[in-house]
Design a protein around this ligand. Structure first.
Ligand code: NAD
Length: 471
């Protein structure tokens, strides 16, 4: 068996793992990065964020081209070549994963392709195509990610059943698509398929789409989705699926009149589960909680002092940017620097059209916790840039501490909300007040002005909205 000795091993090369490996290399550590794929990238680059965003970009172009008729410009109906679309998406994935692989080589990170089994707190065996390699390390970062949740009532072995991975392969554009789960994945991929021509129905078990987001933000998106989708069935569950000659027969339970419906394909997107069943993990003292997350402290150290865990396997929210931030904390801790994971704001973005983005304290959380807040909202109907691009449906809101006007949270629904939220994250992290945001000159005419004007609303002095402050 081949042998490698390294200071740091990183197991899993997604945005958590490769960020950890690269930062450690930058600090001068000797690093091995282990993953089953040919290049680093993880679910995000290969089967998640990146391919879905490539497809959502195409969906947006198709949608805008259709919408252009209202501005006096008419294009023909789009002719969709699924093969070329698939190739475009694959090209994006190859470019990024290949690029990250190149950056790993430049940093002299040893990339080992294969499946790892821990053999103790300081060693693992990586089974690769060329045989096994034993890797001995001083520390290891576990960054093994997550996988789609499987639900017994939806377990049916059929190519007509899709999860986020197979849906992104874009096998075809089905006539009738049922999306089970009105969360991030369901709504993003539902948007892609509906824009490409599928009749998309969504089933959501709770009383609203995107259960974690504030309702006023979701409302902006829902209005649009009610036009785009054939049906949105809330408070509804799928209790059974069976295959028949012309599709999947689905049995529904809840607020829905038609309890039996047939679809060409069914996409199940009901959450993700941590990949904590790492072979050999039981040869260490690492603890896994009841939900399957590896338990860590504020530095992302597990109960086994040589092992750290970051990203989806180490807890919610399961977002790439949370993983890469934790990566830096863990590596700093290993390097003996002062570091702790305690962000005030982790942005969440749903890349539908309009997008929904939020960070810090939401109104819903404030209500649940009994925290008193002030909220200032700026409707995009009064935002010049939104009107120039014919997207006046958006909304920007700031959540303030009523004592000192500190920005505690930001929520945005509208075209490009995912880009705009970064300013909100900075405001929350820097402890900015309503006055700071109000006095910061924002470029005109841009959608970013909505943040400044929301702060002006807080003082009852927004230039474009007449809303005097309550006495
Ligand atoms: P999710 O948690 O966002 O949504 C799942 C939805 O399914 C929820 O609304 C839930 O109430 C519903 N649900 C659960 N069981 C159901 C059932 N049996 N029938 C009907 N509805 C049911 O999960 P997801 O969309 O699968 O995404 C998984 C995770 O991946 C997300 O939580 C997120 O962390 C990550 N993700 C992020 C992005 C992004 O940042 N834009 C995009 C995709 C995925």
């Amino acid at each position: 068996m081949a042998r490698e000795t390294t200071q740091l091993a990183v197991l899993g090369a997604g945005p958590g793992g490769y960020a950890a490996a690269f930062y450690a290399a930058d600090l001068g550590m000797q690093v091995a990065l282990i993953d089953e794929e040919k290049n680093p990238g993880g679910v995000c680059l290969y089967r998640g964020c990146i391919p879905s965003k490539a497809l959502l970009h195409v969906a947006k172009v198709v949608d805008e081209a259709r919408h252009a008729a209202a501005w006096g410009v008419t294009f023909g109906d789009p002719a969709i070549d699924v093969g070329r679309l698939r190739a475009y998406k694959q090209g994006v994935v190859d470019k990024l994963t290949g690029g990250v692989g190149q950056v790993a080589r430049l940093r002299k990170v040893k990339y080992l392709q294969g499946r790892a089994t821990l053999t103790g707190p300081r060693s693992m065996v990586v089974a690769g195509s060329g045989g096994d390699t034993e890797v001995q390390f001083e520390h290891c970062v576990l960054a093994t990610g997550s996988h789609p949740t499987r639900v017994p009532s939806l377990a049916l072995a059929s190519p007509r059943m899709l999860d986020s991975t197979t849906a992104l392969e874009l096998p075809d554009v089905p006539g009738r698509l049922l999306v089970v789960g009105g969360g991030y994945i369901g709504l993003e991929l539902g948007t892609v398929y509906a824009t490409l021509g599928s009749r998309v129905s969504v089933v959501e078990m709770t009383g609203g789409l995107l259960p974690g987001a504030d309702r006023d933000l979701v409302q902006v998106l829902q209005k649009r989705l009610e036009q785009l989708f054939a049906a949105i069935m809330l408070n509804t569950k799928v209790v059974g699926v069976s295959e028949e000659a012309n599709g999947i027969r689905v049995t529904l339970e809840g607020d829905v009149t038609s309890k039996e419906q047939v679809f060409d394909r069914v996409l199940v997107a009901v959450g993700r589960r941590p990949n904590s069943k790492i072979p050999g993990l039981d040869s260490t003292r690492v603890k896994v909680d009841a939900r399957g997350f590896i338990e860590t402290d504020g530095q992302r150290r597990t109960a086994e002092p040589t092992l750290f865990a970051i990203g989806d396997v180490a807890g919610e929210p399961m977002l790439a940017h949370k993983a890469s931030h934790e990566a830096r904390v863990a590596i700093d801790a290993i390097a003996g620097h002062r570091a702790v994971f305690e962000p005030l704001a982790i942005p969440a973005v749903v890349f539908t059209d309009p997008e929904i983005a939020w960070c810090g304290l939401t109104e819903m959380q404030a209500m649940e916790q009994g925290t008193s807040i002030d909220v200032a909202k700026f409707p995009w109907g009064a935002l010049s840039r939104a009107i120039t691009v014919d997207r006046p449906e958006g909304l920007t809101k700031l959540v303030f501490d009523p004592k000192d006007g500190r920005v505690l949270g930001v929520g945005i629904a509208g075209s490009g909300a995912g880009e705009l939220i970064a300013e909100g994250v900075l405001a929350v992290e820097m402890g900015a007040t309503a006055e700071d945001v109000k006095l910061t000159i924002h470029p005109h005419p841009t959608l970013s002005e909505s943040l400044m004007e929301s702060a002006e609303v807080f003082f009852g002095q927004s230039t474009h909205v007449y809303k005097p402050k309550r006495k």
